[in-house]
Design a protein around this ligand. Structure first.
Ligand code: ZN
Length: 258
């Protein structure tokens, strides 16, 4: 199995997973570059996987279906498109077709119906999780997003984080304002800056890298908890679990204004 991507809009990634020339397309916000890529490579799409309803993840479905009418489209119910062939309800936790078998996780937070698709080691996490950061909470609650991030954290450490945007430099720049002396964050910020300056992708990263550099996975890290910029003295009485969530929620709010 081989992983490819097509860039779209300013910083979106459309992921393409291929095996024996048959492929799956994840979150095609645009169609033109995807169709050109498929033609050039001689790939035949069997399915489109949609993580959530935002236009930069769904805008290309119609034209891809026009060219390949038999392609199946899997999406959460929140996607209001006639082209969707399978709506993934709460009860569904796996989708299978051709060579592929994806575990589906329901991960509200960014949107209410956001889905994650996982086929070892690939995690297509849309706008829920990014390298060095996590998604903006538009529709769900902060607690839902926290639970979604814990779910991702529980996956094997070799999981490839195939997120939908190139946000790494911005995420790490934010993290470094909170933890200016953190060697993992600073080193990775340097590497990521170099890569993006020559238009190389910083993703997919792995979950083991994220556990070191992603501040949202380090909310129970003593250094994070005790950072004067994050730590709220009033939260001292909270037991560990709640405290971790409080810190997550606080960092997420701070990120909104960065
Ligand atoms: Zn989105």
């Amino acid at each position: 199995m081989k992983l490819f991507f097509v860039r779209s809009f300013i910083d979106n990634y459309i992921w393409i997973l291929e095996h024996h020339k048959v492929c799956v397309i994840v979150d095609p916000g645009q169609s033109e570059k995807v169709l050109n890529f498929l033609e050039k490579k001689g790939f035949f799409p069997t399915a489109i996987l949609i993580t959530h309803h935002h236009y930069d993840h769904t805008g290309g479905i119609l034209n891809i279906k026009r060219k390949y009418p038999r392609v199946d489209v899997f999406a959460p119910k929140e996607v209001l498109s006639k082209e969707v062939t399978f709506f993934i309800t709460e009860k569904i936790n796996r989708v299978e077709f051709s060579f592929f078998s994806f575990k589906v996780f329901h991960a509200p937070g960014h949107t209410k119906g956001h889905l994650l698709y996982y086929q070892k080691p690939y995690l297509f996490c849309g706008d829920t999780f990014f390298s060095g950061g996590c998604g903006k909470i538009f529709e769900g609650t902060s607690y839902q997003m926290y639970q979604s991030i814990l779910l991702i954290e529980s996956l094997p450490s070799d999981t490839l984080i195939c997120c939908a945007h190139e946000y790494t430099v911005k995420n790490l720049s934010f993290a470094s304002t909170l933890l200016p002396k953190d060697k993992y964050i600073n080193q990775y910020l340097d590497i990521s800056r170099k890569k993006t300056s020559i238009l190389l992708p910083t993703v997919p990263s792995t979950l083991s890298i994220e556990k070191k550099i992603n501040i949202f996975l380090r909310c129970d890290d003593e250094i994070v908890k005790n950072s004067p910029k994050i730590y709220d003295i009033k939260d001292k009485k909270y037991e560990t679990k709640k405290e971790k969530y409080k810190i997550f929620s606080r960092i997420r709010k701070m990120r909104d204004f960065f």
